[in-house]
Design a protein around this ligand. Structure first.
Ligand SMILES: [Zn+2]
Length: 284
């Protein structure tokens, strides 16, 4: 039998955000969490699906939790869980939680196991807090996307032409997703994937990239600019991730059913109210 001292050496404590969870066996769950100090980890939470489990409520998606984990042979085990922030409003509101699933799916996609990035952890936590606190979801998520890209090493160049490095003029310029930035009209002519960007769209992208959230939060974007920015960033992200994402599909379906009328939303909610779970089981 191991001594108390060996047992203690096997334990470590982390501040973590639950990205996704997957059922294991009858009562256990596999958790993917992003931690501030150790990066992304996969942990086994034993017995959490039992009604009497004291850990259960603490390891829900979007939860900021203080975890005590024990090193295991293959997987580390969650031994204690204490909620720091439940983000309940975010979890209980279907519309907000759809955005939340997208936010955690992106964090999962842009991080590697055990490769800590404190700024990225902080950005994720702040974003979940903003969604939970009632900030405008689309704007919150656009800000998150732009800053996540920067922290993950994919920041688009928006101020100078990526070919000639001249400062871009206030005119229609062209985005090359492949090359990771904007081209002046002269150099866009030779770039197959160059997409025209209106001046307002360029301004919004630059504003998101260079301002603090407090300056961005009061912005109210027109529907057209907002949709264009969303589409561009979505394409940019999928291109650089080299894979597609699941939660935007869910978000789009939900958006359509919400605009079609309230009657369909309840039905929609029960169909798949947790796209993160499906994501976990089908791709590994
Ligand atoms: Zn140029």
């Amino acid at each position: 039998m191991e001594s108390e001292q060996t047992r203690r050496q096997r334990l470590y404590r982390v501040s973590a955000i639950v990205l996704k969870r997957r059922d294991m066996g009858e009562a256990d769950r596999l958790l993917t969490v992003l931690t501030r100090d150790r990066g992304k980890l996969t942990l086994l939470a034993k017995g959490v699906r039992k009604l009497a489990s004291r850990k259960a409520g603490h390891v829900e998606p979007f939860t900021h939790v203080d975890l005590l984990a024990a090193k295991g042979k293959s997987l580390d085990l969650v031994t204690q869980a204490e909620t720091l922030a439940a983000h309940r409003a975010l979890r209980e509101d279907l519309w907000r939680s759809a955005w939340g699933y997208y936010v955690v799916e992106l964090a999962d996609a842009f991080t590697q196991d055990a490769d800590p990035n404190e700024l990225l952890f902080d950005l994720l936590l702040e974003t979940l807090e903003r969604l939970d606190g009632g900030a405008e979801p689309a704007l919150t998520v656009r800000y998150y996307e732009v800053h996540l890209l920067a922290l993950a090493g994919y920041q688009p160049q928006l101020f100078r032409c990526i070919q000639c490095q001249e400062l871009l003029k206030p005119q229609v310029n062209f985005l090359s997703i492949e090359r990771g930035g904007i081209l002046c009209p002269q150099h866009a002519a030779h770039q197959a994937d160059a997409t025209a960007l209106s001046l307002p769209v360029q301004k919004v992208l630059r504003y998101l990239q260079t301002r603090e959230w407090e300056q961005v939060a009061p912005l109210r974007l027109g529907a057209e600019v907002s949709n264009q920015v969303e589409t561009l960033l979505g394409h940019y992200i999928v291109y650089h991730l080299e894979r597609s994402l699941r939660s935007p599909v869910f978000l789009d379906r939900l958006r359509q059913s919400l605009s079609a009328g309230a009657a369909t939303t309840t039905e929609q909610a029960t169909v798949d109210d947790e796209p993160g779970v499906a994501a976990g089981s089908s791709d590994r």
